[in-house]
Design a protein around this ligand. Sequence first.
Ligand SMILES: NC(=O)C1=CN([C@@H]2O[C@H](COP(=O)(O)OP(=O)(O)OC[C@H]3O[C@@H](n4cnc5c(N)ncnc54)[C@H](O)[C@@H]3O)[C@@H](O)[C@H]2O)[C@@H](O)CC1
Ligand SMILES: Nc1ncnc2c1ncn2[C@@H]1O[C@H](COP(=O)(O)OP(=O)(O)O)[C@@H](O)[C@H]1O
Length: 508
Amino acid sequence: MIPVYSVAQIRAVEAQENSKRGETSLMKQAASHLASTALGMLAENTSAEPAFVVALIGPGNNGGDGLYALAELQLQKISTLALQFHEQVHAEAAAAYQAAGGTMLDLSDGECELAKASLIIDAIYGLGYRPGSALPVLPANARVLACDVPSGLNPDTGVAEDGVLLAERTLTFGALKSGLLAIDGPLVTGDITVADLEFDFSSVEAGTQLVEETATRELLNQHRSWRDAGRHKYQRGVLGLIAGSDLYPGAAQLTAKAAVACGAGLLRTHVPESIQSMMALSVPESVPLDDDQIKEALSSSRRQIHGKGAKIKAWAIGPGLDGRTPPTGAIADVFASPQPAVIDASGLEVVPAGPSEQPRVLTPHAKELRMLLSRAGVKITPDEIAQDPIRWTRWAALAYNAVVLLKGPTSYIVAPNGDSLMVSHSAPELATAGSGDVLTGILGYMLSDSSLTGTEGLRTVPNRRMMELTACAAYIHGHLGRVTAADGTVNASRLIENLPKVMKQFGF
Ligand SMILES: NC(=O)C1=CN([C@@H]2O[C@H](COP(=O)(O)OP(=O)(O)OC[C@H]3O[C@@H](n4cnc5c(N)ncnc54)[C@H](O)[C@@H]3O)[C@@H](O)[C@H]2O)[C@@H](O)CC1
Ligand SMILES: Nc1ncnc2c1ncn2[C@@H]1O[C@H](COP(=O)(O)OP(=O)(O)O)[C@@H](O)[C@H]1O
């Protein structure tokens, strides 16, 4: 997991480091990382032309980083050019670059050189960016390496100007800044690497933590054991799915197929009678579950998990349910059970607010989050959510005493105690009908597998573990989106086709 900080926090830590280690020495260290990243990108080029690196230089320390990096490249015999975007420039860094044989031109005099560059380093603005000024237009297909933050992206909020310099890669210094991951950030940064400048962050507390691939693997492996290979189907995860209606029969099928594709031991489906045969045909692995069997499953799980009954370990509730009809007695009983549940879509319209014994994850998108908050008596606008997603997600987490996953281009996972995780840089192609139903299937399966929850018998799954598994499911879903988008357009059925392959990559 990688901690994420606000600009103010990073500024405070940088000020300490500057006084301890000196601003120029830190800048040179940052520039060295930038030069190595540039060399790495140049090594990927297949062209026979000699490398030519152009840096766009702004008036502050971000420009200074760019100039020191160019100086290093010059010394490595790479041809470079610095194009000044402002009259003002970091004097010491400019002198160092010129001493290394580099040439500096005003952007207006050297703009035509941009088209010849094998790589453009964007060192116009970094942490000091203020919204509102014009930015240069880069040639189409330019390869751009952003120094710290793409120019035109607000490093705190993640809101980008229309003219933001789109990067293929962003090398950010010291720590992840919140704006790189929120709102427009994932669309403009390209791949992000954090250059470790050995800052001491002990005096500030990260706002949240990013869950990336390494963290996902570590979290998934936390409770796994070699003994898992010998489990029988009831131990591999039995999921109860309460979903579907005449109005939305497809959503239930997508969630069911996704859970089966994940490798669930057994899927029990509670769908309206009218769509049961459709479910049996399209998901032949699923076994129906009627109201009486739900009651029996709940009572046997209260006595002992290995007793008679459906042996359901977790529930997925909501995809395609008809939100206009109140939940039947059986669903209300499930909400009162101690088994973990993921609640999505129309399930969010009926999930009770207030304290509950059940470890729950609610998975709203922004509009559903407004609905949840409104049901709890809190009226907010979409803008308010966009400006402070973690805050409002936490309100819902508190009101419903549940972990809440706010879905969107960036996903936020927040617990009632305020702990939060985030998943970013997944695939924009996931914005397609039914992809949320697939996520519910993945998460439902994960909550049902005790090798992942780490709980056996009647011990409840702690909220922290619910959060971690939710983040893992969101990360895998994002990765699934990327894998699927790599060889065609994305739809929910194609996501499900690729799910077994992707789950295998994560040790399933
Ligand atoms: N210890 C440190 O403080 C380190 C700082 N580093 C670099 O320093 C950068 C921050 O440097 P600065 O604080 O000088 O900020 P920037 O270099 O991001 O830019 C600040 C300058 O740009 C001007 N500016 C900002 N937005 C503008 C706009 N829209 N129109 C016109 N002018 C605008 C400001 O007035 C200011 O002069 C970081 O992003 C990073 O690249 C790195 O060298 C790592 C170490
Ligand atoms: N622009 C985007 N980039 C990455 N992921 C996205 C984007 N838009 C939506 N998603 C993801 O796609 C899924 C959509 O789910 P949801 O809104 O419930 O749709 P549906 O109900 O149609 O299945 C969520 O997991 C969300 O995080």
